[in-house]
Design a protein around this ligand. Structure first.
Ligand code: SF4
Ligand SMILES: [Zn+2]
Length: 130
């Protein structure tokens, strides 16, 4: 199943934003990649981010990961996410103004409390399938 088939709504939008950032980062840092898309390492990161979005306990109400009290990323993936965002964040405005502005607005929201139970995309998807 393609990564994006798992997600919808805000979660899919956030994944698209992340995808755009990873493409900017990969283009500058990993030039020896196939002519289309991103390198293997960045592709693995995107796949990991997609799974985290699918399992995010906040579901469609997720905050930005930056402000999240749960912090579900493994430390090395969190570090990679930070590097990608620091590089690509300021470079998003020209190629992707809507993604960039929405991301900046989301970053300004206050940190949430702990998540409610059973609202992750994955949980709701399984409920629909059963
Ligand atoms: S739990 Fe927190 S860190 Fe993990 S995906 Fe959801 S908002 Fe991001
Ligand atoms: Zn790359």
């Amino acid at each position: 199943m393609a990564d994006t088939e798992l997600l919808s709504g805000k979660l899919l939008y956030e994944f698209r934003t992340m995808q755009a950032m990873v493409e900017i980062y990969c283009k500058a840092h990993h030039p020896l990649k196939p002519s289309q898309g991103v390198c293997l390492q960045c592709s693995e990161f995107l796949s990991y981010a997609n799974t985290r979005l699918d399992r995010c306990p906040y579901g469609q109400d997720k905050p930005t990961c930056n402000k999240c009290p749960v912090h579900c990323y493994k430390p090395h993936m969190k570090q990679r996410a930070r590097e990608i965002m620091m590089y690509a964040g300021p470079r998003m405005l020209l190629p992707h103004p809507i993604f960039a502005i929405k991301h900046l607005l989301a970053e300004r929201k206050p940190a949430p409390g702990l998540p409610p139970e059973r609202v992750s995309n994955r949980h709701l998807r399984k409920l629909k399938q059963s």
